[in-house]
Design a binder for this molecule. Structure first.
Ligand code: IPE
Ligand code: IPE
Ligand code: MG
Length: 238
């Protein structure tokens, strides 16, 4: 592939991996087949982001609202998460990607929770791209969690209410210590945020693309990067 990358790349990219179900439907396949294909594509795009030097990638894999789906679909997604982590633990030993998890993973079956813990152990000293996998993640629950933790600190006398500021708040989020996403890409054509990184995306640039996630290629990512490079980020200034 001819790589035509702009000079200015985002430090942190977020991707809402959407459109697996519609991809499967178009092909006359069950929705779960779309998720299998989406999971394959996640591997490809994560690798590509790491190869081109992106420092942080956050992918939305399962939202706090996705429990509303039929049990067969939820179970298929959980199986795919397990397969990916088993593979990551066993075969990606030479990899430099640091896999992290954002969201309330305590809601998942024990086996998946154990795989999450092992993945973190295997990855925690790595210095390459940080890959945040958002699983049972919702922006509002994350903000509530941070508010609760700060309230507990106030109650314990460790913090004064007037000391709560954007930094202390950010430090209680799952993404503590990481830069905010510069670019958020939503494939599948939906023009909405669906509870993704609500606090962190205050000044993110959005690129919505009319491509279903399993069809999203590295060239599509390059397109989003070129769009991003054209934006004038003013952060309220002039
Ligand atoms: C994204 O694809 C995967 C998850 C939300 C887990 P969808 O399953 O939402 O696919 P569509 O939007 O129905 O096509
Ligand atoms: C957002 O997609 C969540 C993930 C991609 C994991 P959804 O398909 O759940 O979002 P809505 O329902 O279209 O807003
Ligand atoms: Mg969807």
């Amino acid at each position: 592939m001819e790589i035509n990358l702009p000079a200015v790349l985002p430090e942190h990219i977020g991707i809402i991996m959407d459109g697996n179900g519609r991809w499967a439907k178009k092909k006359g396949l069950p929705r779960t087949a779309g998720h299998t294909e989406g999971a394959k594509n996640f591997r490809r795009i994560a690798r590509y982001c790491s190869d081109i030097g992106i420092r942080y990638l956050t992918v939305y894999a399962f939202s706090t609202e996705n429990w509303a789906r039929p049990a067969v679909e939820v179970n298929a997604l959980i199986r795919l998460f397990q397969e990916y982590l088993e593979e990551a633990i066993r075969y990606f030993a030479d990899d430099d990607i640091q896999v992290r998890f954002i969201g309330d993973t305590s809601a998942f079956p024990k086996k998946l929770q154990e795989l999450i813990a092992t993945t973190w152990e295997v990855c925690k000293h790595r210095t390459g791209m940080v890959l945040n996998i958002a699983m049972n993640y919702g922006g509002r629950p994350e903000i509530l969690m941070a508010a609760r933790k700060l309230a507990q600190k106030v109650q314990a006398g460790e913090l004064r209410p007037e000391d709560i500021d954007e930094d202390s708040f950010s430090n209680e989020l799952y993404t503590a210590g990481q830069p905010d996403p510069d670019l958020i890409i939503r494939p599948s054509g939906e023009n909405r945020i669906s509870n993704f990184l609500l606090w962190q995306s205050a000044y993110s640039e959005y690129v919505i693309m009319d491509i279903l996630w399993p069809d999203f290629t590295p060239e599509d990512l390059n397109f989003a990067l070129r769009e991003y490079a054209k934006r004038s980020r003013r952060f309220g200034g002039i």
